[in-house]
Design a protein around this ligand. Structure first.
Ligand SMILES: Cc1ncc(C[n+]2csc(CCOP(=O)(O)OP(=O)(O)O)c2C)c(N)n1
Ligand SMILES: [Mg+2]
Length: 351
C-alpha cells in the first residue's frame, strides 16, 4: 500500500502558483478537503468543471485547482454552471461560492437550483461576512455582530442556509466547519456522488475580518486562526452524536475573572471534581466552561452554580450552538435527465 504524501496531492491537483490566500485563511483547508475527496472518488480531472463567482472563496478553484475552471461574475456561478451542465451532463460540476456571493447577490440562483435539483455540487464558504471587500454585513452575519457596515451591531437575523436548501428541495445538504475537515471531506464525496443538487456549507475562519467580527485580540494571525477554530469547535455540535452531559457554560454578568473565582470557590468548598476554563463562543464571546468528571459531579456542580453562584446565564452542552452534520440525503428526479427525456421524446428516441 502506498502512502499519498502532501506533494502527491499538490503535484497532481494544485497549480504551482503563489497562494492568493492570507496567512491562516480557511480556504486552503477547504481546497485540501476537496482535492482529497476528488482523489478518493477517482474523478477524472478532464471531466470536472469548477465554477466560481467573486470573493475570496471564489479563488479556491481558480487559479488553484488543476482542472477546467470558470471564474465568472459576482453571484452568478450557479447560472454559468447550470448552462455548462445542461450542455454537457457528463461533467462533474462544482460551484465554489461565499456567503455574500452565494446567499446575498446570488441567493435567488441558489434557491432555484435547489428547487430544480440540477446535478451541481455547491460548496459555500460561510465566513459570516463579505470578507474580500473589507468585512461588510452578509446574509449570514450573526445577530448583533459588528461589521464595517453594522458598527452598532447587525440588526438582521441570519439565514440558516441548510434549512433554506432543505426547504427549497436540495437532495444532499450538509454543514461542517474548518475544524471538522475529515467530516467535510466525506460530505464533499457524498455531495459529488449525489445525482442532484448538493449543498455543503463550511463555516470558515477569516483571521483578517473576524478580528473585528468576533472581537478577538491575539498577537498574530496564526494564533487568531487557531483561536477561531477552537471557537468553531466550542460553538457547534454534531447532530447525530449523543448529547454530552459532563460540562456546562456560564455567561457571567460581570467580570470574567471574578465569576471564575466565585464558581471555583463554591465548587471546591463542596468537594466537586471539576475543571474550569475560559472559552470563546460565537454568540457570547469569552465565557466560562465547567467540565466535570462524571454525570454525578456534573449534576452537583450545575445545581451549586445555579443555587449559590447566580452569576449569569448557565448553558447546557448544546444550548445556543450551531448544529452540524448531514441534513438531507435523498434521491429525486434530476433536472438535466428530465430535459433529456423531453428532447428524446420529441425526437422519438428511446432513452
Ligand atoms: C456586481 C458586483 N458587486 C459588488 C462587487 C464587490 N465585491 C467583491 S467581493 C464581494 C463580497 C464577497 O463576499 P463573499 O461571497 O462572502 O466572499 P468572501 O470574500 O467572504 O470569501 C463584493 C461585494 C463586485 N465585485 N461585483
Ligand atoms: Mg464571505
Amino acid at each position: 500500500m502506498s502512502i499519498k504524501t502532501t506533494s502527491y496531492y499538490r503535484d497532481r491537483y494544485v497549480r504551482h502558483l503563489p497562494t492568493s490566500f492570507c496567512t491562516g485563511c480557511g480556504n486552503g483547508m477547504i481546497l485540501n478537503s476537496f482535492v482529497r475527496a476528488v482523489d478518493e472518488l477517482g474523478v477524472d480531472l478532464e471531466k470536472i468543471l469548477s465554477v466560481s463567482g467573486i470573493g475570496c472563496s471564489a479563488w479556491i478553484p481558480s487559479p488553484h485547482f488543476n482542472s477546467d475552471t470558470l471564474h465568472v461574475t459576482h453571484g452568478r456561478a450557479i447560472p454559468f454552471a447550470t448552462g455548462a451542465k445542461i450542455f454537457n451532463n457528463e461533467l462533474t460540476t462544482v460551484v465554489f461560492t461565499g456567503d455574500g456571493d452565494g446567499a446575498g447577490i446570488g441567493g435567488n440562483h441558489l434557491i432555484h437550483a435547489a428547487r430544480r435539483n440540477i446535478d451541481i455540487t455547491t460548496i459555500l464558504v460561510n465566513n459570516f461576512s463579505y470578507a474580500m471587500t473589507g468585512g461588510q454585513v452578509a446574509p449570514t452575519t450573526l445577530l448583533g455582530l459588528k461589521t464595517l457596515t453594522s458598527p452598532y451591531g447587525n440588526l438582521e437575523r441570519p439565514f440558516d442556509l441548510c434549512k433554506l436548501m432543505q426547504a427549497a428541495g436540495a437532495t444532499y445538504v450538509a454543514r461542517w466547519t474548518t475544524y471538522h475537515i475529515r467530516e467535510l471531506r466525506r460530505s464533499i464525496m457524498a455531495a459529488l456522488k449525489n445525482k442532484g443538487f448538493s449543498f455543503v456549507e463550511v463555516l470558515s475562519q477569516c483571521p483578517i475580518q473576524q478580528r473585528r467580527l468576533f472581537n478577538l485580540r491575539p498577537s498574530d494571525q496564526l494564533d487568531m486562526s487557531s483561536q477561531i477554530l477552537e471557537m468553531f469547535k466550542e460553538s457547534t455540535y454534531i447532530r447525530h452524536m449523543p448529547r454530552e452531559e459532563n460540562y456546562f457554560y456560564i455567561v457571567p454578568k460581570g467580570e470574567l475573572s471574578l465569576s471564575r473565582r466565585k464558581v471555583s470557590n463554591i465548587l471546591s468548598e463542596n468537594s466537586v471534581e471539576y475543571k474550569i476554563g475560559e472559552v470563546d463562543r460565537l454568540f457570547f464571546g469569552r465565557i466560562l466552561k465547567v467540565e466535570c468528571r462524571n454525570i454525578e459531579s456534573f449534576k452537583k456542580s450545575l445545581n451549586l452554580v445555579k443555587r449559590f453562584a447566580k452569576i449569569g446565564k448557565v448553558l447546557r452542552s448544546r444550548s445556543g450552538k450551531i448544529g452540524l452534520g448531514v441534513f438531507v440525503s435523498k434521491s429525486s428526479k434530476e433536472f438535466t435527465d428530465s430535459m433529456r427525456e423531453i428532447s428524446a421524446f420529441e425526437k422519438g428516441v428511446e432513452v
